[in-house]
Ligand binder design. Sequence first.
Ligand SMILES: Nc1ncnc2c1ncn2[C@@H]1O[C@H](COP(=O)(O)OP(=O)(O)OP(=O)(O)O)[C@@H](O)[C@H]1O
Ligand SMILES: [Mg+2]
Length: 237
Amino acid sequence: MTPATPPVIELNGVTKSYGDVAALAGADLVVRRGELLAVVGPSGSGKSTMLNIIGTLSRPTTGTVAIDGHNISELSDRELSALRAGTIGFVFQQFHLAPGVPALDSVADGLLYSGKPRRERRELAEQTLRRVGLGHRLYNEPHQLSGGEKQRVAIARAVLGDPPLLLADEPTGALDSRSGAVVMELLHELHDAGTTVVIITHDRDIAASLPREVRIKDGRIEHDSALPGHAYERAGA
Ligand SMILES: Nc1ncnc2c1ncn2[C@@H]1O[C@H](COP(=O)(O)OP(=O)(O)OP(=O)(O)O)[C@@H](O)[C@H]1O
Ligand SMILES: [Mg+2]
């Protein structure tokens, strides 16, 4: 990744407070197109808070956030929704699939507000489910899917419109190691296809296997393997 690659995420001095809790206490982060990085840190350190701010689901208390070159403080809620819909896919630990809804509809519903006709939405959803290896599970409801399959449905939904940025909050946290490995493989494939991928994880092996690692503690980034000094720190550790 060269410095000339345009940043898809730029956080400058970002803080987020909830009452007197400083969930984020000043985060600076630049992520360029095509990166794949892990965000790690203890429970309560501010990882999800930072991911939700990057995902424009939450606005910072202070500091600036630019996503795909747009300073989000300059955008109205409507413009922000449009940016989010066109640019960002989310994957969460708990899948968030509606009970009783077949995989195909779960994914196709992600395009409900796209203006595309139903048939086209379902065709795209089917293609995407095939892409994540679930062509044989199109009509299964969540209770008829394994945990790993549910997460793959959720990933299909997240990447349906081919968003350049995929944010995953503990995507393997609810999975056994084998299903987790399948999900990680899929995230690597999406990255290989050009998607910028940010993964929060508690799994040290996963974090160590990714090209970049950002460590958060007490709402601050205490380590970023992309920054100079990393090699020194490693050597001295
Ligand atoms: N909506 C909220 N209202 C009040 N406090 C919050 C809110 N969201 C998060 N916090 C607090 O902010 C801090 C950071 O929370 P966050 O969810 O970002 O942690 P995390 O690093 O994702 O932890 P975990 O690994 O347990 O998911 C915590 O102290 C949490 O209690
Ligand atoms: Mg969290």
